[in-house]
Every structure is written in C-alpha cells, then in structure tokens.
Design a protein around this ligand. Structure first.
Ligand code: ATP
Ligand code: MG
Length: 390
C-alpha cells in the first residue's frame, strides 16, 4: 500500500508566471528526490502530494525535508470528502496517539469552498465525535497534547498529526546555475547551501595542490558536495591542481602578496570553467573582515581578476552564525576533519591587508598567466557527486 506525504511550499510574494515556474521546478526537484524510492509527485491546489510504497516512507521523509522550496511536510491519511470517512480516519489516528496524550484540538484548512462544512464547524463535528469515543480526552485549544489537522482539498481530505519543517526558500535551479568555489573549510559549503536556498543550482570547483596536499583534501570536497546534494540533487564537482601556480608565485613574487595572487588565479580559472559550462555567477564563502584576504581592499583587488558576478552569501554573518548553520546542514563535521588546504601551504607570515591593484598587477606580469592557467586546466578532473541512497 502507498503512503502519502503532503508538501507545503511558500514564497507568497511569487505571482503570475513566476509562481508557475516555481511550482514546476519544485515538482521536478521533488520527483528527482523520490525517484529512487519509487515515489510519484502530484500537484493539488497549493500543495504537492507524494506517494511512495509504505516501506519507503521514512527514507522519503528524510529526503524531502531537505529539499529547497519545501516549507513543511506531513505524512497524511487520505479519505474521500464524505463526513463518515473523515470521522473514521480521525478516530483511527486519535486512537494511535491517545495513550500518551489526553488533550487535543482539531484544526481544519478548507481550500475547497464547496465542501459543505466551514472549518470551525468541521472542527466541532470531528472534536465531538472523538470525545464520544474517547471520554477521557479533553479539548485544549492553547496547549494541546496533540493536534489533529484536516485539509479539505477539491477531491479528498487529508488528516495528519505532525508537521515536519523544511528549509523553505526557492527550488534549486529556478534562479539559474552558478559555480561554488568549495574549499575544505567551514564557510564555503554554507555559502553553497544558502545560494541553493535562493534557487541556484550549483556546480562546485575545488582547488588542491597534489602532491603537496593529500587525496584526503579532495575526498573532503566530495563528501561536502554529497551533503549539498541533499537539497538539490546531483552536483558536478570539478577539481583543479594549483601546485604549479603556487610554486611559480612563491618563486617570483613577494610573499606578502602570495594569497591575493593565488586567489586571483583561482577566479581566472573559475571564470574559464564557467564559460565552458554556461555558469552565470561565482559563489564564495568570503565573509567581510574575517582574515587578511577578506578586508574590503583585498576583496576589491581579488575580484578585479574577473568580470563575473560574485555572490558572497556569508557577507553579513558572524563566524558563530556560520558554524551554527554548518552544524544544522551537517557539513560541520566534514569541514573540521584535519586536512591540508592548498592556501595554507604557502601562507605568508604577514599578508598585506590593504593591497593596491597596481602593485598586484605588476607582480602578475612576472608570471606567464596564459601558460599557467592552460596547464592548470589540463589537470581538471570532474566527478558527478550523487545523492546518497540509504
Ligand atoms: P572556507 O571556510 O570556505 O575555506 P575561509 O574563511 O577559510 O573559507 P579563505 O580561505 O580566505 O576563507 O577562502 C575564501 C573563499 O575562497 C572560500 O570560502 C572559497 O569560496 C574560496 N576558496 C578558498 N580556498 C579554496 C580552494 N582550495 N578551492 C576552492 N575554493 C577555495
Ligand atoms: Mg579556507
């Protein structure tokens, strides 16, 4: 027998054509999320319904609660619109929870205005019916032990006891596709998650310095991407070796500009990759003032290396807020695994905090940028990171 999940979505500000696109993208993303569990998705008035084989219900709920655009979801019991059928379903559901809780309330939402009973009246009818059968139950509208909710849609009624919160936001993909610069740190996966929450689909780019950094740093990028797939489906992860570029910078340029020069090279490479993959913006985990390379002056000089739009979703967040979010989206434990970051390898003892563009560009003239970037792009490896099937 099939189990049914009712999905609520938000963004009340969306109107007209936008709303239709939002719904279409969300339906596609939901379908993608449930296909391995043999689920099907159907649109009803202002909601989605997912049907899955009963044995796959828990796996499916775990997946769907992470899908961007989902405000909340409930495992529901479906009945016809006949009052007797609704009563019978309510009785069965209340019977299941009654042992632990003796206070309750009924809450009805009626999107089908042809249904003969207005919401308060149906609350009363079903409430009284439950009280007849379970005389020890007490109605408590303010602090009920359990709430039995009823949704009356155009063709069916749906009853549920629990609402599971989703991430909200917009379905990934509706705002286009961008490239996330994904290090192994705490910040960039959070930036990626927030960007996807505003409707971006992502590909990721990780720079490593093999053999100066070990395979573990690449594995970390893969594991972080795997976490990010939970809200939005498969992610293409690109990996580029920066070792040669780092050696050149170290050999030819002053140490205190090393990080800025390296960051600018990263952006050049990201831009080239984006052009090939039709990606419209870059997403980074930069947060203003966090380290020397993230002062206003450093960010300004760094971003001049590209014409691309750079999104920095963490800009206004404190480190504590970023960490809390990383814990919530379960990237934190992966990010704090020990590893060697390519940037820390050649970290200058005292990087400049107020670099001048002219001085940086002068240093770049010592490097054969074309040759270095072409070589680095030859090291490009791409893997498709898939959602984990549990
Ligand atoms: P994170 O925790 O994301 O590493 P951070 O606070 O350590 O960020 P930086 O090391 O200054 O900050 O990096 C700033 C941003 O540059 C990162 O958030 C990421 O978007 C990008 N970046 C840094 N290193 C790499 C890398 N090895 N590969 C890809 N992107 C990187
Ligand atoms: Mg870092």
């Amino acid at each position: 027998m099939a189990a049914i999940i009712l999905i609520r979505y938000g963004e009340i500000a969306l109107k007209g054509k936008n709303r239709h696109q939002f719904e279409q993208q969300l339906q596609n993303n939901l379908q993608e999320a449930v296909k391995e569990y043999l689920g099907t998705v159907e649109k009803i008035q202002g909601r989605f319904l997912v049907q899955v084989p009963k044995e796959n219900l828990d796996f499916t709920l775990t997946r769907l609660r992470k899908v961007f655009g989902v405000v909340s979801l409930s495992s529901v019991k479906e009945t016809t619109l006949e009052l007797e059928a609704i009563k019978a379903a309510a009785l069965e559901m209340a019977g299941r929870v009654r042992a632990g809780e003796n206070t309750f309330r009924i809450e009805t939402r009626r999107s089908n205005k042809n249904f003969p009973y207005p919401s308060p009246e149906l609350n009363g009818i079903i409430g009284s019916y439950l009280l007849e059968h379970f005389p020890d139950l007490i109605v408590n509208l303010d602090h009920p032990g359990f709430t039995l909710s009823i949704e009356i849609s155009s063709e069916k009624a749906y009853l549920y006891l629990e609402r599971i919160k989703g991430p909200g936001g917009l379905p990934a993909g509706i705002s286009g596709k961008a490239l996330l610069l994904l290090s192994g740190g705490i910040d960039s996966p959070v930036a990626g998650w927030l960007a996807m929450k505003r409707g971006l689909a992502l590909e990721s780019l990780h720079f490593h310095s093999f053999p100066f950094t070990s395979q573990r740093s690449q594995q970390k990028a893969i594991d972080l991407c795997r976490k990010l797939t939970e809200g939005a489906g498969n992610i293409c992860l690109h990996m580029i070796n920066l070792a040669e570029i780092q050696k050149e910078i170290k050999a030819k340029c002053p140490e205190d500009l090393g990080i800025i020069l390296l960051r600018r090279m990263m952006l050049c490479l990201a831009e080239k990759l984006s052009a090939e993959r039709a990606l419209k913006a870059l997403v980074t985990g930069e947060s203003l003032g966090q380290v020397a390379s993230q002062t206003l002056e450093s960010i300004a000089v760094t971003e001049k290396a590209t014409d691309m739009l750079i999104l920095r979703p963490l800009l206004g967040m404190d480190k504590k807020e970023i960490i809390d979010r990383a814990v919530q989206i379960e990237t934190y434990d992966i990010s704090i695994r020990p590893y060697e970051d390519c940037c820390t390898l050649f970290l200058p003892r005292s990087p400049v905090t107020k670099p001048k563009l002219e001085a940086v560009v002068n240093q770049e003239r010592k490097l054969d940028l074309h040759e270095l970037t072409s070589k680095a792009l030859k090291s490009l490896e791409t893997v498709v990171v898939k959602r984990q099937v549990t």
